[in-house]
Design a protein around this ligand. Structure first.
Ligand code: ADP
Length: 260
């Protein structure tokens, strides 16, 4: 798999009739209250993720990465600001609409693969379609299973697969609805170096060859170097971007974020 390093960097969000962004956040803040105390987990974050790009989100522990991902994916509502998925503004949507929108238009990949042990690879991958009462496009299913390197294992159960293979099933499951964005939260956190690399190359492949948009939270500079760009968070605020990241640069920026 080749890695074309000439892709578009993440740009600041702007309002257009037809959004070039798969997802954008417009001055998004999120406060958590516990008793008298309020924690500002996100503070006026404005950023857009162009369609067909791969972005890593990084920052120290507590910098707001999970909150950021949860708001971007409609799992959590901002206290103020707007999140726009394609051309759909999320804040005015009901819980039911958000649930449907997450199911149909966002693909999720988690550190723990979250596969159903009683289902085969193929059944796990097509589950989101069955839940949405949508027909499986067999040609696209083949394409996805081939892309993730599991064409030979469709009848196996997750327990018969390695961790890396299970995560590739999870990626296939995230892709099968042709979502506008795939959101990955530490997707290689539980994997060894070799399996991590395969999963990251797979994410790179789906961006380059299938036009997917991928947003990935990671603490690993090597994982981040597979992305087109890295967005850094510190204390809930955007703390810079790095296009065409290489691991050493990423590690150095992360070290300095501690002082931000
Ligand atoms: P990260 O993923 O970078 O570690 P988080 O988004 O989890 O950061 O957290 C950002 C800040 O918000 C932290 O100070 C955290 O303690 C706080 N926070 C996150 N979720 C909650 C919550 N549900 N209730 C209260 N505070 C929270």
């Amino acid at each position: 798999m080749t890695r074309d390093r000439s892709r578009r960097p993440v740009a600041q969000a702007e309002t257009t009739a037809e959004s070039p962004y798969a997802v954008r956040l417009d001055s998004v803040s999120k406060e958590y209250r516990s008793g008298k105390n309020a924690v500002r987990a996100l503070d006026a974050v404005t950023v857009g993720f162009p369609r067909g790009t791969f972005t890593a989100v990084m920052g120290p522990s507590g910098s707001g990465k999970s909150t950021f991902l949860n708001c971007a994916a409609g799992l959590d509502r901002p206290t103020s600001g707007r999140v726009v998925l394609g051309d759909t503004e999320l804040s005015s949507r009901s819980e039911t609409e958000l649930t449907q929108l997450r199911r149909d238009r966002i693909g999720f990949v988690f550190q723990a693969y979250n596969l159903l042990g009683s289902l085969t690879v193929e059944e796990n991958v097509t589950l989101p379609l069955r839940l949405a009462d949508r027909k499986t496009d067999q040609a696209f299913l083949r394409e996805v299973l081939t892309a993730v390197g599991l064409g030979e294992h469709v009848k196996r159960r997750p327990s018969e697969l390695s961790g890396g293979q299970q995560q590739r099933v999870a990626v296939a499951r995230a892709l099968i609805t042709r979502p506008e964005v795939v959101v990955a939260d530490e997707p290689t956190g539980a994997l060894d170096t070799r399996s991590s690399r395969q999963v990251l190359e797979l994410l790179r492949h789906v961006v380059d060859n299938m036009g997917q948009t991928v947003l990935m939270v990671t603490h690993d500079p090597v994982a981040a170097s597979f992305a087109d760009s890295v967005v850094f968070l510190a204390d809930g605020r955007l703390a810079g971007e790095l296009a065409r990241p290489i691991p050493e640069q990423v590690a150095s920026r992360l070290t300095h974020l501690g002082e931000w």
